[in-house]
Write a protein that binds this ligand. Structure first.
Ligand code: ZN
Length: 388
């Protein structure tokens, strides 16, 4: 067996009744985006810190919400054990599970504090070289009042205790075994009952405990946004033998049309490809094959609507879209307002989220000779935040 030095007990047995949610489950299993709070924590945890992680939880929640953790985080060595009837018992269960590995150090952490940084874990582990326990605290900047007796506390005398709390494994194991039915709210109290004094170090203000619905705002602030970008490009030749009209970005223009299987709206096509790119999908030709008679002379608005629906279905919003139209003729500027109106309507975005720029190709190549029109689009999309 690998030599186990640093271990982590993650307490996830709490019921979290103060945080209301539609599924009526403890807060540590609430999904934010694609991850619950335990997964968010493990995602940010440096896998070099701990040799083993014990998650203490109820079996029914483990089965439902945590059974795939080792697949998701193969670099963390995650084990499970059952929670007890209160925090003290859960903590002790974690320690008893760890006994067979006999680690040098154990850190005990509340799973409702997903923002504890790797820095605080490392600092506590370093402190345990010279101390038998190490517990982080913060001081309150707010006035503290006892409302029963209407007295102010001196802020200097009051500290707020946090987790992770670190201990030499044998010491905290001994303290837990000797402290029965005490219903301790943290492990520092159990340690100090036997060994009197804990080493205290400065904790992190950002390491808040998610307790009430209001606290979920911190999750929102701390999460990395899922923002994606897509690029699209298209070019079509101009048909000088046709008497039909040109369609660009859904606007009919008195100009020779473009050659294509559909209506050859080069702008809509480049937007579609930008959208498909941002969603890691295939390209426009994959969904609307130009060999398929169904799309002969088709209005490209069908393609644009299809792409827009994919964004909505995958729960993204368009942040902005930037479009280039490259041609010698026609002069695009007078059509830009009409083009924007179409995009506002069909992409369900606002005017200030759209940019349409027109340029010539300086007489270079087929575009420069007026034989073709090209368009480029870049789109940025963002995943909607949603709790279950
Ligand atoms: Zn095209």
């Amino acid at each position: 067996m690998k030599n186990i030095s640093n271990s982590l007990i993650l307490l996830a047995g709490g019921k979290g009744k103060r945080l209301k949610n539609s599924k009526n489950i403890p807060k540590q299993y609430i999904n934010y985006g694609n991850s619950n709070i335990i997964e968010l924590f493990l995602n940010n945890l440096d896998h070099n810190i701990f040799d083993i992680i014990i998650i203490v939880c109820e079996n029914k929640y483990k089965k439902k919400y945590l059974s795939k953790l080792n697949n998701k985080f193969p670099y963390h060595n995650i084990h499970f054990t059952l929670s007890g009837k209160n925090r003290q018992e859960s903590s002790k269960n974690g320690i008893l599970y760890l006994e067979r590995y006999n680690p040098k150090k154990v850190l005990i952490h509340d799973s409702a504090r997903p923002f504890a940084t790797n820095k605080i874990f490392k600092r506590i582990i370093n402190n345990l070289q010279f101390n038998d326990s190490c517990i982080p605290y913060i001081k309150s900047n707010d006035l503290l009042i006892n409302t029963n007796r209407n007295i102010y506390f001196n802020n200097k005398d009051i500290i707020q205790i946090q987790t992770p709390q670190g201990f030499k494994f044998n010491k905290i194991k001994n303290a837990h075994k000797r402290t029965k039915n005490f219903d301790a709210k943290d492990d520092g109290i159990i340690f100090s009952k036997i060994y009197l004094k804990n080493k205290l170090i400065k904790g992190e203000k950002s390491n808040i405990k998610i307790t009430e619905n209001n606290d979920l705002i911190f999750l929102k602030l701390n999460l990395k946004k899922d923002i994606r970008t897509g690029i699209g490009y298209d070019i079509h030749r101009i048909n000088y033998n046709s008497n039909k009209k040109l369609t660009l970005c859904g606007v009919k223009i008195n100009h020779k049309p473009l050659i294509g299987h559909s209506d050859a709206d080069v702008v809509y096509h480049s937007i579609c490809d930008a959208i498909f790119g941002s969603l890691s999908m295939r390209d426009i030709g994959y969904y609307f094959n130009n060999k398929n008679k169904k799309w002969k002379n088709a209005n490209s608005l069908i393609f644009l609507k299809f792409a827009q629906e994919k964004i909505s279905k995958k729960n993204y919003n368009i942040k902005n879209i930037d479009i280039n139209i490259i041609c010698e003729t026609p002069k695009i500027n007078k059509y830009i307002i009409l083009m924007k109106k179409n995009l506002i309507k069909y992409l369900k975005i606002k005017n200030n989220q759209i940019s349409i720029k027109a340029t010539t190709n300086e007489k270079v190549g087929d575009i420069g000779k007026g034989k073709a029109i090209a368009s480029q689009s870049v789109i940025t999309i963002e995943k909607n935040d949603s709790f279950i």
